[in-house]
Design a protein around this ligand. Structure first.
Ligand SMILES: NC(=O)c1ccc[n+]([C@@H]2O[C@H](COP(=O)([O-])OP(=O)(O)OC[C@H]3O[C@@H](n4cnc5c(N)ncnc54)[C@H](O)[C@@H]3O)[C@@H](O)[C@H]2O)c1
Length: 251
């Protein structure tokens, strides 16, 4: 028996990086995948590759910062499956600048995706998650929710909000059989951090602070997401799981 057999799993930002790895991993474990990405051209390619490998997947063009699009996404999942077993709030963006040089527009751009996108998906999916009977919500937060990194104040604040929201939702959703946990990846080798991984000086410094001495892979995060999505974590809710090579525990 595969670990997510017949479950319906929605992965926002599933067209690339960590979300892509989660979509493929969940599909291999028997889940019906829904990819919701604003880059639907890539999302459709990921879905087609899963189907080619005898999995089940569809993609639906969605900008998670747009409430009407999120509502439309949930309506399609409702019509197709009538329930949602796993929601992975993974879509996110970075914005790198000194705090004093970031205007309201830049803050709002980041906040609308990282925070409001998570809020809207978690809220609009509630009825579908309740219909599951034993659903799992996984919010992709970050090591930056609890650590400082240069020029990352807005990103850190947004991920702090995601981690805090996870705790409150875990308690509010528990009576409905919905678990809510967060993941806190460290430096994971995707397009989002290629400016770090691609720079030998920065790479060396970051790896010097990483006890396991390597960057994480999208698969490392997908493996942790699989645990939180599956019934193996049936007694885990409100937790934050670090996937960071030990970075969070260093000075
Ligand atoms: N890469 C890292 O080191 C790292 C570390 C900690 C946390 N994270 C978090 O992991 C998540 C995934 O990051 P990644 O590294 O895979 O990024 P990525 O840039 O490789 O992929 C992000 C995906 O999200 C999609 N997306 C962006 N904004 C969207 C929106 N408004 N609506 C729908 N889709 C949208 C993009 O099109 C893309 O497919 C993010 O929440 C990020 O903050 C990443």
């Amino acid at each position: 028996m595969r670990r997510l057999e017949d479950k319906v799993a929605l992965i926002t930002g599933g067209a690339a990086g960590i979300g892509h790895a989660i979509a493929e991993t969940f599909a291999r474990e028997g889940a019906n995948i829904v990819i919701a990405d604003r880059n639907d051209e890539e999302g459709a390619k990921v879905a087609a590759a899963i189907v080619k490998n005898n999995g089940a997947a569809m993609s639906h063009a969605t900008d998670v910062s747009d409430l009407e699009q999120v509502k439309g996404l949930m309506a399609v999942i409702g019509e197709t499956y009538g329930r949602l077993d796993v929601l992975v709030n993974n879509a996110g963006i970075g914005e790198r600048a000194d705090f004093r040089h970031m205007d309201d527009e830049a803050w709002d751009r980041l906040w609308q995706v990282n925070v409001e996108g998570t809020v809207r998906c978690a809220r609009e999916a509630f009825d579908l998650l309740r219909s599951s009977g034993r659903a799992s919500v996984i919010n992709v937060s970050s090591l930056m929710a609890t650590k400082h990194a240069r020029q990352m104040s807005a990103y850190s604040a947004s991920k702090g909000a995601v981690t805090a929201l996870t705790r409150s939702l875990a308690v509010e959703y528990a009576p409905y059989g919905i678990r809510v946990n967060s993941l806190a990846p460290g430096y994971i080798d995707t397009d989002m951090i290629s400016r770090f991984t691609g720079n030998p000086m920065i790479s060396k410094a970051l790896l010097g602070q990483t006890p396991l001495r390597r960057f994480g892979t999208p698969q490392d995060v997908a493996n942790a997401a699989l645990f939180l999505a599956s019934d193996e974590s049936a007694y885990v809710t409100g937790a934050g799981l670090a996937v960071d090579g030990g970075m969070a525990v260093t000075l």
